[in-house]
Write a protein that binds this ligand. Structure first.
Ligand SMILES: [Zn+2]
Length: 112
């Protein structure tokens, strides 16, 4: 079982992606189907992002020609994190990821 962060992102509008919550499922399609039932939304309007074991966050990135917002390195990566998009180089993004992962680990302490 994996934990998935579920976002609502209506396919045919310009509405911003909003976070609905997290749930547990084996695969992404499983997660989307469960979320569709639970939140009463269409699966094609939902996005599932896996939160990996150890509570580390996976951040979808794609290469971009824009320079890094932090240090100006180019080319950098465009990332998407909980509905926020930005451009960072690999090093700066790694720092951001470390911060988020540390926060996730702290929140999970005491649950085990
Ligand atoms: Zn940078």
């Amino acid at each position: 079982m994996h934990q998935w962060q579920i976002f609502l992102e209506p396919a045919d509008t310009d509405e911003k992606r909003t976070s609905l919550g997290t749930l547990w499922a084996d695969t992404m399609s499983d997660a989307l189907n469960k979320a569709a039932q639970y939140y009463e939304k269409a699966t094609h309007d939902l996005v599932a992002v896996q939160v990996s074991q150890g509570n580390a966050l996976h951040i979808p990135v794609k290469p971009t020609l824009q320079p890094c917002e932090e240090c100006g390195t180019s080319p950098a990566l465009q990332y998407e994190l909980v509905g926020i998009t930005g451009v960072l180089c690999r090093e700066c993004l790694q720092k951001e990821v470390d911060v988020v992962n540390r926060a996730l680990k702290e929140t999970s302490q005491g649950e085990e």
